[in-house]
Design a protein around this ligand. Structure first.
Ligand code: ADP
Length: 710
C-alpha cells in the first residue's frame, strides 16, 4: 500500500511539482497577504470605531458639564444679588425663588449666613421671616381680665359671658398676636355655646386678618381658626362652606415658602385631610362640588411632593449643612468660584453646588447659597439631550453608570464586552462614568466579511487549492489502483497457470514412470491432462483476446455456425474433464435451433467461460444446466447453476474487467477476472447481449442472447 503510494507519487512527480509551484505556493502567498490585509482593515475599523466612540462620549460629557457649569454660574450670580448680600430676607427669598423655583435642574436650596442657622428658601421661609411666637407678657390689668374670662369659661361655664369678655379684652390691646388669641378664645366660647354662626364669623375674621399671628406656644392662630371654621360650618350643616374653608386651610398649609416647621406642616396637613375625608364620607358630602373635590386631589398631590421636599431638606441638613458651616467658618476671603459637593447616600447621589455670598462691607464671606441638583433631571432629560446631540452611530449603546458601575440611564443593559470608550467627569462631579458599547447590530470586528474583496479572493484560492489537491489525490489514487490491479493480475495469472501445470507435470511423471498400467486409469489421466491443457489454452486465449480487445484489434470471423453442436461439444468436453467429484452437467436443447452467422471459436470460448465459472462455483451433488432454445428471432443460451451465487452488490460488476467477486476469494477459486468481460464483448460483437441473475446460496444464471439474422 505504502509502497504503491510511493511509486504513484514518484510517477506523478511532475504533476505534483507543477501543482505546488503554480497553484499551491501562489495561493498560499496570496492567502497570507489577504489575511494580513483583512486584519489590518479590521484593526483600522476598530480604531476608527473607538475614536468615534470617544468623540461621542466626550460630547455627552461636555453637554452635561456645560449644563452644570451654566447652572453654577446662575447660582454665583444669584449669590451676588444685593438683597442676599444685604441679608434682606424678603428680597433674598424673592431672588432665590425667581431663579430656582421653576428651574428643572434645581432641587432644594440652602441659605446659610455665618453664625446663623441654615434655611431652605424654596421650601421654608428663613427663620427671620417666620412669625415669632406671641408674647405672654401683657399688662397686669389685661392679665387679670383674661383670668376672669377664663373663670367664666372653665369654672362657671358661662360661655356667652366669657365670649363677650374675651371680645372686650381684644379691643384693649395693640398686640396683634394677643388680639388674635383673644378673638380665637371668643370664637371658642361661641362654639361651646353652640352659636356656630357667630363662631364661624369670628374664626373667619381671625383667619383673614391675623393669618400670621402666633399664640405664645407658637401655634399659627390663623390656620387654627380656619380649621375651627370648618368644624362650625359642618355643625351648621353646610358642607360646601366647610369644604371651601378646608381648601383654604389646605392652601395655607401648603403655601411656599412655608412659615411652619416641618412638624407643624405635617400636623395641620393631616388635620385638614382628616376633616376633608370625614365630610366626604358623610351623607351630605355628596353635595360638595366636583371642582372642589378635584382641587382637593390636586392639593393632596402637592402635599406628597412637599413631604418629599421636607425629607430632602432634612437630608441636606444632615449631610451638607455641616460641611457648609465648616467651610464658611474657615473661609476668609470672598471667592466667586462656585464649589461642588457630591455625596453618596442610600438612594442616589447628592450633587450640590454652592456659591459664596460676599460680605457687604469688607473682603470676607458672609454666607453661602447652595442648590442641590435634581439628579433625576440630570440623568433623565439632560442626559437624553446630550445623547441626542452626540450623533451616535446606529446600534452604539451608551450606558451611564455611577462609579460602582450601577447604570443610571442608557439604552439596554451593558454587554459583557469591554466598552469602546469610557469617560469620567472632572472631579467626579457628577460621580458618573459614560461608557460606549458596540451595539448588538454591529457584528464582531465591524468588518463585513461578506462584502470584503480580500475575503472573496482567499475563498477562491482555497477552493482552487482544494480542487487541485482533490485532482492530484484522485490521480494518485487511480495510479495506486492500477498498480494494485497489475500486481493482483500478475499473481492471479501465475496462479491460474500454476495449478494446471502442476497437475499436468505430476500426471506426466506418473505415466512416464510406467507405474500406471491400468488402461482405464491411463485414459482418465490423459483425459485430465487434456482438460488441463484445454484450461491453459483457454487461459492463454482469454489473455490474448483481452489484449487484442484492449488494443482494439480483435477481429471476429463470421460464418454459418451450429450453436447446438458447439453446446454439445463443450458440455461433453467438460463432463470428460471432470477430475474430481463435481456438479452434474445437463444439456437441454429445446426444438430446432437454426444456424446463425457467428464466430464459432469465439462462441465456443464464451460458452467455455460460462461453463467454467458455473462448475467452479457449484459444489458436487448440485447441477449445472445448459439450455439452448429459440426465442423468436433470437437464440438463447442459458448457463444456470445451483452454486453459491453472487453477492447482490457485486452482480452489476461481474462484467467489468479484472473484477473478481468476494465469493471467488471465499472459495479461494482464483481467476483472472477477464472471463465475463470477454463473454460480454463476444455477445456484443454478435449483436447480442449477456444477462445475469443470481441469488446467494441458490445459484446464478447467465443468459447469452444472440440474434438469428445477424
Ligand atoms: P474469472 O475468470 O476470474 O472467473 P469472470 O469474469 O469469469 O472472472 O468472473 C468474475 C467474477 O464473477 C468471479 O470472480 C465470480 O465472483 C463471479 N462469477 C462469475 N460466474 C459466477 C457463477 N457462476 N457463480 C458465482 N459467481 C460467479
Amino acid at each position: 500500500m505504502l509502497e504503491n503510494l510511493r511509486i504513484a507519487v514518484r510517477k506523478q512527480k511532475k504533476l505534483v511539482l507543477i501543482f505546488f509551484l503554480t497553484i499551491f505556493l501562489p495561493a498560499l502567498t496570496l492567502s497570507v497577504f489577504g489575511v494580513r490585509a483583512i486584519r489590518s482593515e479590521r484593526f483600522r475599523l476598530a480604531r476608527q470605531e473607538e475614536t468615534e466612540a470617544r468623540r461621542a462620549a466626550g460630547l455627552i460629557r461636555a453637554h452635561i458639564r456645560s449644563e452644570i457649569e451654566s447652572f453654577a454660574r446662575i447660582i454665583v450670580e444669584t449669590a451676588q444679588e444685593p438683597a442676599l448680600v444685604a441679608k434682606d430676607l424678603n428680597g433674598g427669598l424673592e431672588a432665590v425663588g425667581k431663579r430656582f423655583a421653576s428651574d428643572p435642574l434645581a432641587g432644594q436650596t440652602v441659605l446659610l449666613y455665618k453664625g446663623g442657622t441654615a434655611s431652605f428658601p424654596l421650601l421654608q421661609a428663613p427663620p427671620g421671616m417666620r412669625p415669632a411666637a406671641g408674647a405672654r407678657a401683657v399688662n397686669a390689668a389685661l392679665a387679670d381680665g383674661i383670668r376672669r374670662a377664663e373663670t367664666l369659661e372653665f369654672v362657671d361655664r358661662n360661655y356667652r359671658a366669657a365670649a363677650a369678655r374675651y371680645r372686650a379684652l381684644s379691643t384693649s390691646t395693640p398686640d396683634r398676636n394677643l388680639r388674635a388669641d383673644l378673638l380665637s378664645r371668643q370664637a371658642r366660647c361661641l362654639q361651646k355655646a353652640e352659636d356656630f354662626q357667630g363662631a364661624a364669623r369670628v374664626y373667619a375674621g381671625v383667619a383673614g386678618d391675623y393669618a400670621e399671628s402666633r399664640a405664645p406656644s407658637g401655634l399659627p392662630l390663623g390656620l387654627i381658626a380656619r380649621l375651627q371654621a370648618v368644624e362650625c360650618y359642618l355643625r351648621l350643616g353646610n358642607p360646601q362652606e366647610a369644604a371651601g374653608a378646608a381648601l383654604d386651610a389646605y392652601r395655607a398649609v401648603l403655601g411656599k415658602p412655608s412659615t411652619l416647621t416641618e412638624d407643624q406642616f405635617k400636623t395641620y396637613a393631616s388635620l385638614v385631610e382628616e376633616a376633608f375625608d370625614r365630610f366626604l364620607a358623610l351623607e351630605t358630602g355628596r353635595k360638595i362640588p366636583e371642582a372642589t373635590r378635584a382641587e382637593y386631589e390636586a392639593l393632596r398631590t402637592d402635599r406628597t411632593a412637599m413631604d418629599r421636599e421636607w425629607a430632602e431638606t432634612g437630608m441636606l441638613e444632615s449631610e451638607i449643612v455641616p460641611e457648609l458651616e465648616r467651610r464658611l467658618a474657615l473661609s476668609e476671603e470672598y471667592s466667586p468660584e462656585p464649589y461642588r459637593i457630591s455625596r453618596k447616600i442610600e438612594d442616589g447621589d447628592i450633587l450640590f453646588v454652592g456659591a459664596w455670598i460676599a460680605e457687604r462691607n469688607g473682603p470676607g464671606t458672609a454666607g453661602v447659597l447652595g442648590v442641590r441638583l435634581d439628579v433625576e433631571h440630570l440623568a433623565g432629560a439632560t442626559l437624553a439631550e446630550a445623547l441626542a446631540g452626540a450623533g451616535l452611530e446606529d446600534g452604539a449603546e451608551v450606558v451611564v453608570a455611577d462609579l460602582t458601575g450601577r447604570p443610571l440611564a442608557g439604552e439596554g443593559s451593558p454587554t459583557t464586552d469591554a466598552p469602546l470608550a469610557t469617560e469620567y467627569f472632572e472631579g467626579n462631579f457628577p460621580p458618573w462614568r459614560i461608557e460606549l458599547f458596540r451595539g448588538p447590530a454591529q457584528g464582531p470586528g465591524v468588518l463585513d466579511l461578506r462584502r470584503n474583496f480580500y475575503f472573496w479572493t482567499i475563498l477562491t484560492l482555497v477552493v482552487v487549492l482544494a480542487f487541485g489537491a482533490f485532482l492530484i489525490a484522485r490521480t494518485i489514487g487511480q495510479e495506486m489502483e492500477i498498480l494494485k490491479i497489475k500486481s493482483d493480475f500478475v499473481s492471479s495469472v501465475s496462479h491460474e497457470f500454476k495449478t494446471p501445470l502442476t497437475s499436468i507435470r505430476s500426471l506426466m511423471e506418473r505415466l512416464a514412470d510406467g507405474k500406471v498400467r491400468d488402461p482405464a486409469k491411463m485414459d482418465r489421466y490423459f483425459g485430465i491432462i487434456a482438460h488441463d491443457t484445454e484450461r491453459l489454452t483457454r487461459l492463454v486465449n482469454n489473455l490474448l483476446d483481452f489484449s487484442k480487445i484492449e488494443e482494439g484489434k480483435k477481429e471476429y470471423d463470421f460464418a454459418e455456425t451450429d450453436v447446438a453442436r458447439i453446446a454439445m461439444e463443450q458440455v461433453e468436453a467438460y463432463r470428460k474433464g471432470q477430475v474430481q467429484e463435481g456438479p452434474e452437467i445437463r444439456l437441454e436443447v429445446a426444438g430446432e435451433i437454426p444456424d446463425i452467422r457467428a464466430d464459432a471459436e469465439a462462441l465456443t470460448r464464451a460458452l467455455a467461460n460460462l461453463l467454467g465459472n458455473a462448475i467452479k462455483f457449484t459444489p458436487a451433488g448440485k447441477a449445472v444446466r445448459v439450455v439452448l432454445r429459440r426465442d423468436g428471432e433470437h437464440i438463447v443460451l442459458e448457463v444456470a447453476d445451483e452454486g453459491i451465487g453472487i453477492h447482490p452488490d457485486e452482480v452489476g460488476k461481474v462484467f467489468e474487467k479484472f473484477f473478481q467477486g468476494r465469493n471467488a476469494h471465499d472459495l479461494s477459486a482464483r481467476g483472472t477476472g477477464l472471463g465475463l468481460t470477454l463473454v460480454k464483448h463476444i455477445a456484443e460483437a454478435h449483436g447480442g447481449r449477456v444477462l445475469v441473475e443470481s441469488e446467494v446460496g441458490r445459484g446464478s444464471k447467465f443468459t447469452l442472447v444472440l440474434p438469428i439474422g445477424a
